[in-house]
Every structure is written in structure tokens, then in C-alpha cells.
Design a protein around this ligand. Sequence first.
Ligand SMILES: NC(=O)c1ccc[n+]([C@@H]2O[C@H](COP(=O)([O-])OP(=O)(O)OC[C@H]3O[C@@H](n4cnc5c(N)ncnc54)[C@H](OP(=O)(O)O)[C@@H]3O)[C@@H](O)[C@H]2O)c1
Length: 323
Amino acid sequence: MLRIATIGTSWITRQFALDAGSVAGLTIACAYSRDAGRAAEFAAEIGAAAASADLPGMLASPEVDAVYIASPNSAHFAQALAAIEAGKHVLVEKPATLTAAEFGELCAAATAHRVVVLEAMRTAYDPGLALVAAVLGELGVLRRASLRYCQRSSRYDQVLAGDRVNIFDPALGGGALNDIGYYCANAMVALFGEPRHVVGRWVTVPGGSDGAGTAIAVYPGLVVDLGWSKITASSLASEIEGELGFLTIDRIHSPRVLRLTRLDGTTQTHEVPGPEFTLAHGIQRFVDLCRSGGGAGADHARTLGALRVLEAIRASAQAGPGS
Ligand SMILES: NC(=O)c1ccc[n+]([C@@H]2O[C@H](COP(=O)([O-])OP(=O)(O)OC[C@H]3O[C@@H](n4cnc5c(N)ncnc54)[C@H](OP(=O)(O)O)[C@@H]3O)[C@@H](O)[C@H]2O)c1
């Protein structure tokens, strides 16, 4: 049984606890919060065996084998490194770190300490994305794709009211690109590999983070545009175009309905069963890796590639003309 501790007390950790319940071989050993009262309350709520407000103490505990990190993005690297150095396996929320170099350091530390580090990127482990990859062969030579995730955040209203909100706070690694744009970048790297070249532009919101943006990624013979927003909504689906047809995907972050249209106009619809939102597949991958003692090379390569795409978009948008 893998005994996992949690870091973070927001809804995503609640969802983690819920979805972890469907994964065999995992139990929640401890819930950590910076506040002792909240730790105790949260531990009771998610059914954790213990609560802690002492992070080094929790990481030193022989009752804990692994840690799930769901703190703001800027806290991931230091918390993950401390956990790895304490000999714990680490499942860290997306984006795992703010730079590829930091994630590379975590991977090296995990190898040195004989533990597993994995980014909890739910899209990468979603059976819907695997089905997208399987259907791509029917499209002929791939030439163009548009991958989008635009959802207006209720917390944007707080930003407009002048409040400081973690998810829009650049100091905490917030912003729309790091949040939902990352699903598009990660899916792109999972499906097509790492692009040769990326340019990006974005619009900023009060407080300085990006609220929405567009990027173009260039591959040999293929161009992909990525669109993301936390300040507008959109009904546009994602689409991948080949010389023999196109594939429309309802949600690239969690594909459930795929519609293939061939050049002759015939169509074929694939439906992916299962809940729209689940962390269970990524948790299962983590448990399997911990059991087998490693083998996360392909997972790490995808995470590193996707983080490099984020960095390239960020650099390009910051260097480009402001909006
Ligand atoms: N996989 C998904 O679908 C999904 C969905 C949503 C979010 N996420 C990821 O989950 C992570 C957390 O996102 P969130 O929106 O839940 O973040 P959040 O609410 O800002 O913070 C999460 C938790 O971290 C602690 N925390 C807050 N501010 C902190 C700070 N300045 N330093 C250290 N700890 C702090 C808080 O717990 P205590 O105060 O109790 O310590 C809080 O409950 C992010 O990496 C995000 O990208 C993933």
C-alpha cells in the first residue's frame, strides 16, 4: 500500500482524494496545511489518517511514502525537491515547475534518491487523448491543428474588483498560460512531439498576468495554433487537419467526443466513456511507477517538452509588442 500525503487544501486536493479512492493500492496518510486547524479539518474531510502543519516533519515521517503537491505553481519546485530529498515519491500538479531546467533537476534528484517524480497532468493520462492519437492515422499527412481551452474564470471578477488572486498572481506562477494554456501545450507535445519553433502573444489583466493568448508552433510540414483564455469563454472545439480529413475534438483537455470527417464528407464519431474530469488515470500511472520502481522516461520527456513550449511562448509574448 502506497501511503501518500497531500499538500494544499483547495478543491483540487479534494478531487484528488475523491479520485484516489478509485485507485487500488493507495491510501491518504496525512494532509498538510500551513495552518494547523485547517490541516486537521481537511484531514477529517478527505479521510486522511493524520494532519500536519509541519512540512519538514511530515516529509521525515516513516508513515509517509509519497506526496501529492497541489500548492500554487511557484511553490512546487522547492516542495517537490524537499520531498524527493526526504526519500518520498512525488506527484506534483501541473505545471510541475515553472521551467524545464527545474523539472530536470527534480528528475535528476529523483533518480539519485531512487524515487519517482511525476507531473499530475490529467490530460496526458486521459483515455480520450490516447484515442485522439489512435485516430490521427486516418487523417493522412497532418498539416494544421488548432488546440483551444478558453473558460472564463469566476476569479477574474475578483481581479477586476482589484483583489489579489493566486491563480492570476505572477509572483505565484499564476496566469492563464500556466493554468489552462498548459493543457493545450501538453496535448500538442503528446500528440506531435516538441515543435521546432514557437511564437506567442497574450493580453494581460490587472496585476500583470496573462489572461488570454495565442501561440503558433511550427513543425516540419505542420503548423499548430494554441488558444487559451481565463477571461473569455468560447464554443470553439479543437481540430486537427490532415490531407485526408479532419478530426474535431470537443475538449482537448479531456476529449470525450471525437468526430472524424473524411474528404468525401463521410463522418465517424467516437465517444469516450467516463467522467469529464478525473485525476484517476494519472494517479494510477503514479502508483504503477512507484510499484515498478521507475520507467517514467517518456512521461518526463513530455513534461520537459511542454515546459519548454511554455517558456518559449512566455519569452516570445514578453518580447513582442504589448496589448
Ligand atoms: N489537474 C487539474 O485539473 C487542476 C485543477 C486546478 C488546479 N490545478 C493545479 O493545482 C495547483 C493548486 O491550484 P489552486 O488553484 O488550488 O491553488 P491555490 O488555491 O492558490 O492554493 C492551493 C493550496 O496551497 C496553499 N497555498 C496557498 N497560497 C500559498 C502560498 N503562497 N504558498 C504556499 N502554499 C500556498 C493553500 O493551502 P494551505 O493554506 O492550507 O496550506 C491552498 O489550499 C496548481 O498547480 C494548479 O495548476 C490542477
